[in-house]
Unconditional design. Structure first.
Length: 169
C-alpha cells in the first residue's frame, strides 16, 4: 500500500500544479488561498513551490526546480495536450498535436527545467515534429532551431514577468 502511495505522489502533485495553473489567463490573478494545518493561511502554489521570498528557488519542502520557470512553461505550452508533468523532476512532456490547418503534421514538446534559479541555462526545450507519409505513416521531420529557441525565449520572458509581479507586491 505504501509503495503504491509513493508511486502516485508525483501524479497527485502534477495534478495539483496543473489545476492551480489552468483555467485563468488573467495576468493579475492570484493563486487560490487554502488553509494550512495549524490555522495558518497560505497559497496552494506556495505550499508546493516554496515561499515567494526565495527568488523563485524552492525551499526544502518544495520542488527542486524554479517555480517561475515551471509555471511559465505550463502557461506557454498550454495549447498543447499535456502527457506528463513532473514538478519534482522538472520535466513536462506534451502529447502529439496536429494544428488544425496542418493535419498531416504533428508536434510534441518536452521541457526540462534544470535549475532552482531563474536563469537562461536552467531551461531546455526539445521539439519533435512528424509528417504523415502515405506509405510509412508518421515519419520524423526536421525542426527549425528557431522554433526551439522561440519557445525557450517565450518561457523565459513569461517567467521574468511572473517574478517581477511577485517582487512588486
Amino acid at each position: 500500500m505504501m509503495n503504491r502511495t509513493l508511486r502516485l505522489l508525483p501524479t497527485v502533485l502534477s495534478v495539483l500544479a496543473l489545476v492551480a495553473c489552468s483555467g485563468n489567463n488573467d495576468s493579475t490573478a492570484q493563486p487560490a488561498e487554502t488553509v494550512k494545518p495549524g490555522g495558518k493561511n497560505g497559497g496552494l502554489l506556495e505550499d508546493i513551490f516554496g515561499s515567494s521570498g526565495s527568488g523563485g528557488a524552492a525551499n526544502s519542502e518544495g520542488i527542486a526546480v524554479n517555480r517561475f520557470l515551471w509555471r511559465a512553461s505550463l502557461d506557454t505550452i498550454s495549447f498543447l495536450p499535456l502527457n506528463t508533468a513532473d514538478p519534482l523532476g522538472g520535466v513536462i512532456i506534451t502529447d502529439w498535436y496536429s494544428p488544425p490547418k496542418s493535419p498531416d503534421e504533428r508536434l510534441k514538446v518536452t521541457v526540462y527545467i534544470l535549475d532552482r534559479q531563474l536563469r537562461a541555462d536552467g531551461l531546455r526545450v526539445a521539439v519533435f515534429r512528424q509528417t504523415r507519409d502515405t506509405k510509412y505513416g508518421w515519419v520524423e521531420a526536421k525542426v527549425d532551431e528557431k522554433t526551439r529557441l522561440g519557445l525557450e525565449n517565450a518561457i523565459l520572458k513569461r517567467a521574468r514577468q511572473m517574478r517581477i509581479r511577485v517582487n512588486d507586491r
